[in-house]
Design a protein around this ligand. Structure first.
Ligand code: NCD
Length: 320
């Protein structure tokens, strides 16, 4: 596995220039972003007070795939730092008239902007844009194919850090459609950098990662075995939009084998924390009473997403 971040992500001094992936990012960089998010939580009084760190800056959201949490939270994050935000509407733009991705980006750059927040179904698109910019704008990956979702990895670490002091004692299980999940990949990179004790990935064989992709994780196909004594269970949606053909028998059968029910949660460590990046499919990968139960951090993850995105935007744009 490639341990170094792509060259375009860091400047000559090793500082973040774009945020494309967490893969290979040093623990110090990740911790600095999480500390910044906590500082912004205090400064903005939990997001209720608008700051002006990015006054005069322009952020353009370029979402080529659907999004609720990520898009809204990037929008709010930029606005809460005083930046101007354009939510570029792909469906009513000239991309439907055949304009290429790069022509669209260069057109928007000509109007002056400081950052592009990019979500795209093709892995590598944010990096491709970063390599072809005409300006000094920053590119923030908001999810590319099944490759990376770095701000999700950061926000999951931020949420967890509020509940757990010592990551080196943690057993984390990530269960679901690992194969197609950019969240799983970014979580593995974040949690490995932060030194968790054990990372377990659990999926049906059809949705498991390629052998050897995650040498730092143990791979399970039996969720009852994978969840035993886990301190954290991160559940993932079946990303059918990325599956070639129906890779699972039925949703009911999937829930039987891989769903997180109250009963199954009892096999985990007491007070096991439950997380999910959303959107959740109730009764498929997680039971409603677990998603809404006392061990669930799902809505706290959403709240922390705004703070992490504020931290990344501030880090990348708050320079001359
Ligand atoms: C995820 C995504 O888009 O990768 N959602 C998110 O950003 N919170 C996970 C998913 O779509 O299942």
């Amino acid at each position: 596995m490639n341990q170094s971040p792509p060259a375009t992500q860091l400047d000559a001094d090793g500082r973040l220039r774009h945020l494309l992936t967490l893969e290979g990012l040093p623990r110090t960089t990740i911790c600095a972003l999480l500390d910044r998010a906590e500082a912004l939580r205090a400064q903005s009084r939990g997001g209720t007070r608008r700051l002006d760190l990015l006054a005069g800056r322009t952020v353009i959201n370029l979402f080529f795939e659907p999004s609720t949490r990520t898009r809204t939270s990037f929008d709010l994050a930029a606005q809460r730092l005083g930046a101007q935000v354009i939510n570029f509407d792909i469906a009513s733009s000239s991309t439907v008239k055949g304009e290429t991705l790069l022509d669209t980006v260069h057109t928007l750059e000509a109007m002056h902007c400081d950052a592009f927040v990019v979500r795209h179904k093709e892995s590598g698109t944010p990096e491709f844009i970063a390599q072809h910019l005409h300006s000094a704008a920053a590119v923030l990956n908001a999810g590319d194919g099944n490759r990376a979702h770095p701000t999700q990895g950061l926000l999951d670490a931020l949420t967890l850090r509020r509940h757990v002091k010592d990551f080196s004692a943690l057993r984390i299980v990530i269960c679901g459609d690992i194969r197609h999940s950019r969240v799983a990949r970014s979580d593995v990179h974040a949690f490995s950098a932060l030194g968790v004790r054990e990372l377990r990935l659990c999926a049906p064989a059809e949705l498991a990662p390629d052998p050897g992709e995650f040498p730092q994780c143990s791979i399970f196909h039996d969720f009852d075995a994978a969840i035993a004594s886990a301190d954290v269970a991160i559940m993932l949606r079946l990303q059918k939009e990325r599956m070639q053909a129906a890779a699972i028998p039925s949703e009911a059968e999937y829930f039987q084998r891989y769903g997180l029910s109250t009963q199954r949660l009892r096999n985990a460590a007491p007070d096991c924390l439950v997380m999910h990046p959303g959107p959740i499919n109730r009764g498929v990968e997680i039971a409603s009473d677990v998603a809404d139960g006392p061990q669930s951090l799902i809505l706290q993850q959403v709240a922390d997403g705004v703070l992490v995105r504020m931290a990344v935007l501030a880090e990348l744009l708050e320079r001359d």
